[in-house]
Write a protein that binds this ligand. Structure first.
Ligand code: AMP
Ligand code: MN
Ligand code: MN
Ligand code: MN
Length: 276
């Protein structure tokens, strides 16, 4: 059976390894099919593809799109996209365009909470000027001694109700899925267990996702407990969706799972790749 990992990041968004390093690490760890899914960005895929040429690994061209749904931020993973597609490229550019201003507002919000120099501090960690992310602020906040590690940052700062949180409008769900389909890709609702929603809102989110043409739920994710894996496996069947899996790897020391560190999809889930 092939080993799939369909969600990870490189220095083209908030990962710590360059695309080629991600691919070589995945290949060395026995991954057969890897999707590089940088946030709102596809620029790392050329280097990743070049690195994959020298290995037995098959690279899937992907991205993880930031979406606003009912005032919440959710993520939609795009798989097997044609990165030259103009609709998708324009959509990704639109999502990215608000990130710099948002980052400056995050820095202002942190300054109001007594933490100064966060913009310059975060920029020291930014590896793609088009992609300033909360993760870069988190790395600065760890360095400045405000939290133990990146995960700890998000329980103290940068999330709703906490210092440094800034509301932001990303793409709409129908737009994001439309761009992914225009580019020939599959749309996967990323880590559905991670969103702070009521059970009723979760049902609504999955229904809206499916009604907008969404293809799959990310059943296996480091964000999920064993009970959530069972829950989302069942929900793929209830909603007629397929299932996906990904480590969401960001780099050594920062991720719960390493590349390829996932069990097979639970029995009864139709994999997103069955039609590939
Ligand atoms: P952004 O797209 O700028 O809002 O940043 C979102 C990124 O922050 C996610 O992709 C994760 O890498 C990171 N992140 C968000 N919440 C957490 C958390 N609780 N623990 C660790 N990383 C997180
Ligand atoms: Mn990330
Ligand atoms: Mn995500
Ligand atoms: Mn991710």
């Amino acid at each position: 059976m092939l080993r799939y990992d369909l969600h990870c990041h490189s220095t083209h968004s908030d990962g710590l390894l360059a695309p080629g390093e991600v691919v070589r690490r995945a290949a060395a760890r026995g991954v057969d099919v890897l999707a590089l899914t940088d946030h709102d960005e596809v620029a790392g895929l050329a280097e990743a593809q070049e690195a994959a040429r020298g290995t037995s690994l098959t690279l899937v061209h992907g991205s993880e799109l930031s979406v606003s749904w009912n005032a919440l931020t959710i993520h939609v993973v795009a798989l097997r996209i044609d990165t030259a597609n103009e609709k998708l490229a324009a959509g990704l550019a639109a999502i990215r365009s608000g990130r710099e201003t948002r980052g400056q507002r995050i820095a202002q919000a942190l300054a109001a909470a007594g933490i100064h120099g966060a913009w310059e501090g975060a920029l020291r960690y930014v590896t793609n000027e088009r992609l300033v992310s909360r993760t870069h602020f988190a790395r600065f906040l760890v360095e400045a001694g405000h939290a133990r590690d990146v995960k700890d940052v998000f329980s103290r700062y940068l999330t709703p109700g906490l210092p440094g949180y800034v509301r932001h409008d990303w793409a709409t769900l129908p737009d994001a899925i439309g761009w992914i389909h225009a580019a020939g890709g599959s749309a996967v609702l990323a880590h559905p267990g991670r969103y702070k929603v009521t059970p009723g809102e979760l049902t609504q989110l999955i229904t809206d996702f499916r009604d907008a043409g969404g293809d799959a739920l990310e059943v296996l994710s480091p964000s999920h407990t064993a009970a959530q894996v069972d829950q989302f496996a069942a929900l793929t069947r209830v909603h007629g969706l397929r299932g996906s899996m990904g480590s969401d790897y960001h780099g050594p020391g920062e991720s719960f799972l390493d590349l390829g560190d996932l069990p097979p999809l639970p029995a009864g889930v139709t994999p997103v790749w069955t039609t590939w």
